[in-house]
Design a protein around this ligand. Structure first.
Ligand code: FES
Length: 194
């Protein structure tokens, strides 16, 4: 016969077993620098057409992809982006003539820098997205989100620095603010006499 103390030592079951919570699926952060005249308009169109694209994508409007600086791209990764892309007008359609060519060069150079610091260059891309291509905008957003999921989290997300634990310092502004306006001398009868 079983000792009653044995029964007393069995914990009472409430019918609810505590399972270890599964880690949340990785949701990448994707930053898209879109030129006003084409890619940003396409993003608007995608919204108007109610096309679905991943909410992971944060769109940054820029005047032209030729204005995108290498520092902006590196800073986006430093601040935790898992993928970044620059989207501009089709070849020959840039409103500033060759801005998109400059943008492509900027992205190509930034890819080299990423490789040098040990980050996959595939995390960065340049796309041509015409203003009328809402569907293409949604596809590119999906493509970069999927790519970021495959590559996994940006390893610099926790370190928050690409250069030896220091934050990137932006170069000095080549266009410092103008000095306060000086009003010209008022021409009075007195000054005219002199
Ligand atoms: Fe679109 Fe220059 S205006 S890339």
């Amino acid at each position: 016969m079983q000792d009653s103390s044995e029964y007393n030592s069995v914990p009472l079951s409430t019918g609810q077993t505590e399972k270890p919570s599964a880690p949340a699926p990785f949701e990448p952060k994707v930053v898209a620098f879109c030129c006003t005249y084409c890619a940003y308009t396409a993003a608007d169109l995608a919204g108007a057409m109610r096309l679905e694209y991943p909410p992971n994508v944060r769109v940054v409007q820029v005047l032209c992809t030729g204005k995108v600086e290498v520092e902006w791209l590196l800073r986006a990764f430093e601040e935790g982006a898992d993928a970044v892309y620059v989207a501009g007008c089709a070849l020959g359609d840039c409103h500033f003539l060759e801005g998109n060519l400059q943008g492509m060069r900027t992205v190509a150079y930034a890819k080299q820098l990423l490789a040098e610091v040990g980050l996959e260059p595939e995390r960065l891309e340049f796309f041509h997205i015409p203003a009328s291509a809402g569907v293409l905008f949604a596809q590119r957003a999906q493509q970069m989100t999927e790519r970021a999921k495959q590559l996994g989290p940006n390893p610099f997300r926790s370190k928050r620095s690409l250069v030896e634990g220091r934050k990137l310092s932006l170069p000095p502004d080549p266009h410092p603010p103008l000095p306060p306006a000086q009003f010209g001398r008022r021409i009075t009868a007195q000054t005219q006499d002199k």
